[in-house]
Design a protein around this ligand. Structure first.
Ligand SMILES: Cc1ncc(COP(=O)(O)O)c(C=O)c1O
Length: 402
C-alpha cells in the first residue's frame, strides 16, 4: 500500500488541469458494487457507474484480483509479439458479439475512428474516390476530430473547423431521409448509428429497434457497411450483450468501450462479413491497444458478466425499475424510457440542477442529459434490493422537484 496521503482539494486551490469538465465539488475514495464512499465514509448509491462504465460495480473482487495479479506479472510487451491474453479476449468478445475480427483500442472515440477508417477503406476498394458516411442527428461518437465531426451536436463541434468532411446527417429513425441521401449521394459507403442514443437523451428510434432492421435492409440494398456504435449500449447494458441482439440483424462493423473494461481503459472495433480483412498490416495500430493487462481485463470482465448472468439480470431488474417508475411517477408529467439498465426519465422542464439535489439530499449519483432527461446507468448486476433503494431515492427526488 502507498504511504502517500493526498490533501483534500480546496475550492480556491489553483489547478493545473485544463478546464474541460465542470466538476462537482466531491470526490470518492472508495467504491464497492453499486456504492461509492467519500473520505468521511458517507455512502452514495451510484446510478451512473462512471457513465455506463463500471457495469459490474466498483472494485469487483474478481476484476480487482485479475488486475493486481497481471500488474505484478506483466503489463505490456507490444503488438510486435504474440499476446495470448489478447487472443483469448478476442475469442470471448467474438463469442458474445457474433463478430469475426477484433481490433482492441483504448477508448470509445478511438474505436469509432477505426470504424470510420474501415468504411473509407471499404469505399476506396470499391473505387469510390470520396467515400461518405451517413450519421444521425443528436448522435454522440466521441471527441477526436473525426468522431466529433460524426457527432450530431453543434456544441461538440464548435470552434474546431475545419471538420472532417463527408458525413451526411439524417434525423435518427428517419428511413426515408436515408433513402433520399442515397439518391443524392452515389458515393455513400456506410452508415454509423447508435442503437439507443445515450448522450442524446436515451432515445430509441420512433419505430423502436425495427429501425435497425430497416437500416440493415437499406445497407444490403446499396452495398453499404452497417456500423453500430455500441460504446454505451454494449456489454450487457440494455439487457442483451449488445443492443442489436434485440433484433435479428447483425451489423458489419461494431464498436464498443466503456463497460468492456469495467473502468480499465479499453475499446474495440469489430467486423464481420464483407467488412473483414479491410485493415491489414500497416493500415492501423495502437501502442496500448490490447496490452497484456488490458486484454486480461477484457477477458475477465466478459467471463464475469457471463458467470454472474449479469446481462439477464440487467434485463429483469431494468424492466422492474422502468415499470416501478412508470407506476410510482404516474401522476407526474414524465416519460420513462429505456432498456435494461439504460434508463431515461424525460421531465417536462430542464433539470440540470437535479444532479446536485440528488447527490446532496438523497446521496444518489445520477446524470442529466439533453437538458431534461434524468439518465440512469446503474450496475448491470444491481440486485433487486439495491433497485428498491434506487427507486426510493429517485421517486422522492422527482416528487419533491415536480
Ligand atoms: C455512443 C458513444 N460513442 C462514443 C463515445 C466516446 O467514448 P470515449 O469517451 O471513451 O472516447 C461515447 C461516450 O460517451 C458514447 O456514449
Amino acid at each position: 500500500m502507498t504511504d502517500i496521503t493526498l490533501a483534500p482539494i480546496q475550492p480556491d486551490q489553483p489547478s493545473h488541469l485544463m478546464a474541460t469538465y465542470g466538476r462537482q465539488a466531491i470526490s470518492f475514495v472508495r467504491g464497492r458494487g453499486a456504492y461509492l464512499y467519500t473520505e468521511d465514509g458517507t455512502e452514495y448509491l451510484d446510478a451512473l457507474t462512471g457513465i455506463a462504465v463500471c457495469g459490474l460495480g466498483h472494485a469487483h473482487p474478481v476484476i480487482a484480483e485479475a488486475i493486481a495479479e497481471q500488474a505484478a506479472t506483466l503489463v505490456h510487451t507490444s503488438n510486435l509479439f504474440e499476446i495470448p491474453w489478447q487472443t483469448a479476449a478476442a475469442q470471448k468478445l467474438a463469442e458474445v458479439s457474433g463478430m469475426e475480427e477484433i481490433f482492441f483500442s483504448n477508448s470509445g472515440a478511438e474505436s469509432n475512428e477505426g470504424a470510420i477508417k474501415i468504411a473509407r477503406k471499404f469505399g476506396t476498394q470499391q473505387g469510390v474516390r470520396l467515400p461518405k458516411i451517413i450519421v444521425a442527428e443528436q448522435s454522440f461518437h466521441g471527441r477526436t476530430l473525426a468522431t466529433l465531426s460524426a457527432t450530431g451536436n453543434k456544441k461538440v463541434q464548435d470552434g474546431f473547423a475545419p471538420l472532417v468532411n463527408d458525413f451526411i446527417r439524417v434525423p435518427f429513425g428517419d428511413v426515408e431521409a436515408i433513402q433520399e441521401a442515397a439518391l443524392q449521394h452515389p458515393d455513400i459507403v456506410a452508415i454509423l448509428i447508435e442503437p439507443i442514443q445515450g448522450e442524446g437523451g436515451i432515445n430509441t428510434a420512433p419505430q423502436g429497434f425495427s429501425y435497425l432492421e430497416e437500416v440493415r435492409n437499406i445497407c444490403n440494398q446499396h452495398n453499404w457497411l452497417m456500423m453500430l456504435d455500441e460504446i454505451q449500449t454494449g456489454n450487457g447494458r440494455t439487457g442483451k450483450y449488445f443492443a442489436y441482439q434485440h433484433t435479428n440483424i447483425v451489423p458489419d462493423v461494431l464498436t464498443t468501450a466503456k463497460g468492456l473494461g469495467n473502468g480499465f481503459p479499453v475499446g474495440a472495433v469489430m467486423t464481420q462479413g464483407k467488412a473483414v480483412g479491410l485493415l491489414g498490416p500497416g493500415s492501423h495500430g495502437s501502442t496500448y491497444g490490447g496490452t497484456v493487462l488490458g486484454s486480461r481485463v477484457v477477458y475477465t470482465v466478459i467471463d464475469t458478466i457471463q458467470k454472474e448472468n449479469a446481462v439477464e439480470n440487467a434485463a429483469v431488474v431494468g424492466r422492474y425499475i422502468v415499470d416501478q417508475l412508470r407506476v410510482q411517477l404516474a401522476d407526474k408529467n414524465v416519460q420513462v424510457r429505456g432498456f435494461g439498465m439504460m434508463i431515461g426519465i424525460q421531465l417536462p422542464k430542464d433539470c440540470a440542477e437535479l444532479v446536485a439535489i440528488a447527490r446532496d439530499q438523497h446521496k444518489l449519483i445520477i446524470n442529466v442529459t439533453a437538458g431534461s432527461v434524468v439518465r440512469l446507468l446503474p450496475p448491470i448486476n444491481m440486485t433487486q434490493v439495491q433497485a428498491d433503494d434506487l427507486l426510493e431515492r429517485l421517486v422522492a427526488l422527482i416528487n419533491n422537484y415536480l
